[in-house]
Each structure stands twice: as structure tokens, then as C-alpha cells.
Design a protein around this ligand. Structure first.
Ligand SMILES: CC(C)(COP(=O)(O)OP(=O)(O)OC[C@H]1O[C@@H](n2cnc3c(N)ncnc32)[C@H](O)[C@@H]1OP(=O)(O)O)[C@@H](O)C(=O)NCCC(=O)NCCS
Length: 97
């Protein structure tokens, strides 16, 4: 699943999930995020692509890093799944000029 949403301020957010666990770790998310980057900047003409992940999701942090995103800050959220508090890390990639 690859989603673009929350279109605002010349940018949007991305969400991604590789459903079957045995298909994770094969580079599919990195490839999909690279394709989203091209689509958002080249086809849609936006300037910023944003993303976030929880601080324990090291795989997604690695995907953001590999795809040229930089960490811009963090926040705290309460999960609606288990009602526990987690740290969320925010990432951005800006279109090259
Ligand atoms: C997070 C997710 C999208 C990553 O997808 P993926 O196809 O496995 O990602 P990739 O294979 O492109 O890259 C994963 C990277 O993390 C690394 N990695 C894998 N397991 C890791 C671990 N336990 N600790 C650290 N790094 C890890 C891989 O080695 C790879 O980096 P590399 O290419 O430098 O070796 C996928 O695991 C997923 O769908 N998870 C559940 C949903 C989710 O968390 N979505 C993101 C919510 S913000």
C-alpha cells in the first residue's frame, strides 16, 4: 500500500506498508518511496514530501534515509490501538532546485 494524503503548503504526506511479512526487507518499500518522490515532484509539481514513523520502526527510518529524507523533529502520540504513548519522528524531502 502506498498513499499520498494531506495535501497542503505545496507538499503532501506519504504512507507505506508492505503487507505480507515475508515480502519485507527486499527493497520494495525503498523502490516504492523513490517512485512516489518522482511522482510528487515531477508529475504533481509539489515541493515537499513529508513522512513520519514511530521511533521503534527502524526499518522505516532506514527507508526514509535511503530515499534522501531528513529528520525534522519529533512528537508524542497516543496510539488508538493500545492506548500507549509513542514517539513519532518526522521526515521531509524537498524538491531539488
Ligand atoms: C517499514 C516497511 C514499509 C519497510 O519496507 P521494506 O520493503 O521492508 O523496506 P526496504 O527493504 O526497502 O528497506 C528496509 C531497510 O531496513 C533495514 N532493516 C530491516 N530490518 C531491520 C532491523 N530490524 N533493524 C534495522 N534495520 C533493518 C534493511 O536492511 C533495509 O536497509 P538496507 O537496504 O540498507 O539494508 C515494512 O517493513 C512494513 O510495511 N512494515 C509494516 C508497516 C509500517 O511500519 N509502515 C510504515 C509506517 S510509517
Amino acid at each position: 500500500m502506498a498513499t499520498l494524503y494531506n495535501f497542503r503548503s505545496e507538499g503532501c504526506d506519504l504512507g507505506i506498508k508492505i503487507g505480507p511479512r515475508d515480502l519485507r526487507g527486499r527493497g520494495y518499500a525503498s523502490e516504492a518511496v523513490d517512485l512516489l518522490v518522482s511522482y510528487v515532484f515531477d508529475a504533481l509539481g509539489l515541493k515537499i514530501l513529508r513522512g513520519s514513523t514511530l521511533s521503534h520502526n527502524v526499518r522505516m527510518q532506514r527507508v526514509f534515509e535511503k530515499c534522501g529524507f531528513v529528520e525534522t523533529g519529533d512528537g508524542s502520540l497516543v496510539s488508538r490501538y493500545d492506548n500507549r504513548r509513542y514517539t513519532e519522528l518526522f521526515y521531509e524531502r524537498h524538491r531539488e532546485v
